[in-house]
Design a binder for this molecule. Structure first.
Ligand SMILES: C[S@@+](CC[C@H](N)C(=O)[O-])C[C@H]1O[C@@H](n2cnc3c(N)ncnc32)[C@H](O)[C@@H]1O
Length: 476
């Protein structure tokens, strides 16, 4: 890591407005630290940071984009250009990334590449067993679609990679998947390339959902304004909450990627970035992790097709919040659905404004929603309670020094036997320590079970919400 920080400093990467010290690009605003429960390797504040303060500047010279790789290597450029019409910008970036990986120590990006994760847990890396463990059809479909899309993209890019004389290992699907996951989970947006850029050092920020710091917004605005006056680099930042930057930074006129503190941080606290507004399934798909508390989580249930088409609400606006409440659009759609067809038109104004129509209508809405959730929960093979215990078991197993004992003492012997069967591992042939391949699969299995568990918890909360409202309305 020291060598990477020195290399980045030479390219002008800095965590302060002044030029970096030659030995490291960090130390004045940020330091690399480990946060085992919140993303692993990330950044800690090197001192107290103000909201809106510039914390990292990465000049264009340090950004890895396909343009940059091609500009530095005419052979890659001519091959990629010849295939350009058939390949997407993401496929081109992946090929350029792999071409640099193939150069080994002679790549200008070697120090950066050697610090990248060796494996990822995005949905596309899930095998059939792990995908099945998601249990919910929509999620299974998303995972299967992700795997098949990436496989076709790899097949499309194979002729170009062969033309570039990639070594056999670099031509493998497994390697493509690694590169895809690198691009998916680490690129930052730039205007000139849809694939974005790989941003050395800038990609060490872990994620926090964009709106979990809004409470501190007002109190911080004054401070941020003062900070803005002092800091010429902040001229571009819009500090009012309505125009809050989603990514806490961007590529600016100064020809550099600039990243800012999204809130006040105390020294030692993890400095986080809001990559965007994602549900947990989207976080899993693009970044390979889940948030226990995700304010942007949306839980979808199978609704009657009539209900989805009868109003003007987009299908993805019909969901349940993490606290179990139906979204505004779902509530409106349910109210419309519970209104006799001949009266829907006359009530439409009231429905679209979000008003309750009548006690009878609202009772019907809550009954329908509650039973839909109960029905959905009953169709799933396990309960949230059991899933919670399975998560606990899978976590223990990943840190176990004698997995046999842990499995024997648990009530998940059958599930674990199915897992070993899927991996064609004989129970007697393994050592006390599980194979790395199995440990990684356990990690993904745990993610799948955590996801389905939180799905069921949201539906259970929705059932309770409906019951409570039914009770209250019945008393009126
Ligand atoms: C841009 S990288 C951040 C740096 C990364 N931790 C590293 O060591 O290189 C994004 C990845 O970090 C992890 N990550 C980021 N935020 C996280 C969070 N809040 N919880 C768990 N994992 C997180 C995920 O693996 C994600 O794909």
């Amino acid at each position: 890591m020291e060598a990477l920080l020195r290399w980045a400093a030479e390219l002008g990467v800095s965590d302060s407005l002044s030029a970096p010290a030659s030995s490291s690009c960090l130390g004045r605003s940020l330091v690399v630290a480990d946060f085992p429960d919140a993303g692993g390797r990330g950044f800690a504040a090197a001192r107290d940071l103000r909201r809106g303060e510039l914390v990292l500047r990465v000049p264009r010279a340090a950004l890895l984009t396909s343009d940059r790789v091609m500009a530095d290597d005419p052979r890659i450029a001519s091959c990629v250009d010849a295939h350009r019409p058939r390949l997407s910008s993401i496929q081109r970036l992946i090929v350029c990334l792999l071409a640099e990986v193939g150069k080994g120590k002679s790549s200008g990006w070697y120090l950066y590449l050697s610090q990248l994760p060796t494996y990822y847990t995005i949905l596309a890396t899930f095998n059939d067993f792990e995908i099945e463990a998601l249990q919910v059809d929509d999620a299974i479909w998303v995972a299967q679609k992700a795997v098949s899309a990436i496989r076709s993209e790899w097949e499309e890019a194979a002729p170009l990679m062969r033309e570039l004389d990639f070594k056999p290992k670099l031509l493998m699907f497994k390697t493509w998947l690694w590169a895809f996951a690198t691009v998916s989970s680490r690129t930052l947006h730039v205007a000139w390339d849809d694939a974005g850029c790989l941003c050395p050092i800038g990609d060490l920020f872990n994620y926090a959902a964009p709106d979990d710091d809004t409470s501190s917004e007002e109190q911080d605005t004054e401070e941020a304004m003062k900070c803005q006056e002092r800091n010429v680099m902040l001229e571009e930042i819009k500090l009012d909450s309505s125009s809050e930057r989603m990514t806490d930074g961007g590529y600016e006129d100064s020809n550099a990627y600039c990243l800012y503190a999204r809130k006040r941080y105390r020294k030692g606290e993890q400095v986080l970035l809001g990559y965007g507004t994602y549900t947990n399934l989207e976080l899993l798909e693009h970044y390979g992790f889940l948030l226990d508390e995700n304010p942007n989580e949306k839980t979808y249930i199978q609704l009657d097709s009539e209900l989805c088409t009868m109003g003007t609400w987009p299908k993805d606006s019909l969901y349940i919040h993490p606290n179990g409440h139906p979204s505004f659009a779902l509530l409106c759609a349910l109210r419309l659905g519970a209104t006799p067809t001949n009266r829907q038109k006359s009530f439409s104004h009231k429905i679209y404004s979000g008003s309750m129509l009548s006690v009878e209508n609202e009772l019907e809405v809550m009954k329908r929603l509650g039973s839909k959730c109960v029905e959905t929960l009953q169709q799933l093979p396990t309960t949230a309670e059991l899933d919670g215990r399975l998560v606990h078991f899978l976590r223990n197993l990943q840190n176990s020094t004698n997995w046999r004992v842990d499995v024997e003492q648990s009530s998940f012997g059958q599930e674990f036997a199915a897992f070993l069967r899927f991996h064609s591992v004989d129970l007697d042939c393994t050592h006390n320590q599980l194979l790395v391949r199995l440990l990684r699969s356990l990690e993904r299995w745990e993610l799948a079970v955590r996801w389905r568990c939180s799905y069921k918890i949201a539906l259970t909360k929705c059932v309770l919400y409906c019951k409570r409202l039914i009770n209250e309305l019945s008393l009126q």
